[in-house]
Design a protein around this ligand. Structure first.
Ligand code: SF4
Length: 418
């Protein structure tokens, strides 16, 4: 599987099908189009007070963990002021997007790179930061360099290429890549906000989050909150994929959007899909139902969008076989630094593949559950936890399929040979 496909306007949805803030300029990435659409932003005029604006906007990170951006930035600013010799922070725009089902960040960079650059400049200015980086995969590098060359004030932004691996976008791996060339997560004793790149306070921010920062710097916190819900304000980009004839599409949806609406906007009939993977390979399976996409409540109905990945499973596909393939892939993507990840994930993959293949061994689900508990919280990064969460949700959501497989049959039309 090569998850790093090329980007083109084909990922953009038809006009008029959704809210349009980040993608309002359409497919043309030129600076003139950007300025015509959004107007200019004087990043030099941004003050530290902007961090309070960000906090009241309620923006959360769009890269997966959904931390509050304003609070995260304030914590980095505070670290920079501590100590006998105050250190000016480093800000890194993270567009690594190692998640195989995600393509929203590279689509954003292809069509609205100046919004990302504006956000990076504004946030760095608010933090009195010293260094700026854009960390993006090879497919985005030429477009980003072109945008930097025409953007006033972007001279000091350095571009670093992210390798195309699952863990290359983990925050400590980003810092490690820039510092040493190796994109492996670090076993950190101190937070990056205290001691990151070259010992400086470092803020790693997803590129979509930066584009949202650029809009808040222009239009303010109240405007940002006009979309979404009080607990999940603003919009987010989602990468939506599913069975043919649905095409892969990036949608911009309001916070708290309903999952069936998102599927319909992507051209799918929610009644025709058997399950939906929300949040990507470190996300969870749900049956299509009245869920809302939100990192916060309402309890029982909210499903965390993670890095904004929605992948629908066709009625004819076996969720156990799909999950077994994903867990095998994730086991292969371990950075091989921590025991639980090196040995636990391959054991989980093997167990899941045996269930998926129809081995009549009733102990397998219990053993998978035991392994998932064993690896959780024991790696230097969250790779084991995310993988365990996905496997656990498969056992829960596909419980009928598990029972059928343990009896040597698959209830999906594809059967066990699929
Ligand atoms: S938990 Fe896994 S992916 Fe994360 S640092 Fe350890 S070995 Fe690498």
């Amino acid at each position: 599987m090569n998850p790093f496909t090329d980007v083109s306007a084909q990922h953009l949805p038809p006009a008029g099908r959704q809210v349009s803030r980040l993608l309002a300029a359409g497919p043309d990435p030129a600076l003139t189009r950007h300025l015509d659409t959004f107007g200019p932003l004087d990043a030099d005029a941004v003050t530290p007070g902007f961090l309070t604006v960000l906090e009241s906007a309620g923006l959360t990170g769009r890269g997966g963990a959904a931390f509050e951006t304003g609070r995260k930035a304030m914590s980095t600013a505070r670290s920079g002021r501590k100590g006998l010799l105050p250190a000016r922070p480093v800000v890194i725009g993270n567009g690594a997007e190692g998640e195989p089902l995600s393509f929203k960040d590279r689509t954003l960079l292809a069509h609205a790179p100046h919004l990302v650059i504006d956000g990076l400049l504004a946030l760095t200015r608010a933090l009195s930061g010293a260094q700026m980086y854009l960390y993006v995969t090879a497919v985005s590098v030429p477009g980003v360099r072109r945008a930097l060359s025409e953007h006033p004030g972007a001279r000091r932004i350095e571009v670093v290429e992210a390798p195309e691996t699952f863990v290359s976008g983990e925050a400590s791996a980003v810092v490690n890549r820039i510092a040493t060339g190796s994109a492996l997560p670090l076993d950190q004793r101190r937070r990056l906000s205290e001691a990151g790149l070259n010992g400086r306070p470092t803020l790693v921010v997803n590129v979509e989050t930066l584009a949202q920062v650029a809009l808040i710097a222009r239009y303010g916190a109240e405007w940002f909150r006009e979309a979404g819900t009080p607990s999940d304000p603003g919009t987010r980009l989602v990468s939506v994929s599913g069975p043919a004839p649905a095409r892969d599409v990036v949608l911009e949806v309001p916070g708290g959007a309903s999952l069936p609406d998102v599927l319909r906007s992507a051209g799918m009939d929610p009644d025709s899909v058997s399950a939906v993977l929300v949040g990507g390979y470190h996300g969870r399976w749900v049956r299509p139902g009245p869920y809302v996409l939100s990192p916060t409540g309402p309890a029982g109905r909210a499903v965390r969008p993670g890095a904004g990945v929605i992948h629908a499973l066709g009625a004819g596909a076996c969720g156990l076989q799909v999950t077994a393939r994903i867990v095998s892939y994730l086991a292969g993507e371990s950075a091989r630094q921590c025991g639980p990840c090196m040995f636990g994930l391959p054991a989980m993959a093997s167990n899941l593949n045996r269930i998926a293949a129809g081995e009549r061994n009733p102990r397998l689900p219990g053993e998978l559950d035991r392994l998932a508990r064993l690896v959780s919280g024991r790696g230097a990064c969250r790779h084991p936890d995310g993988t365990a969460g996905l496997a656990g949700s498969a056992l829960e959501v596909f419980a009928d399929d598990v029972r059928a497989h343990l009896n040597g049959r698959c209830i999906g039309p594809g059967g066990l040979a699929a």
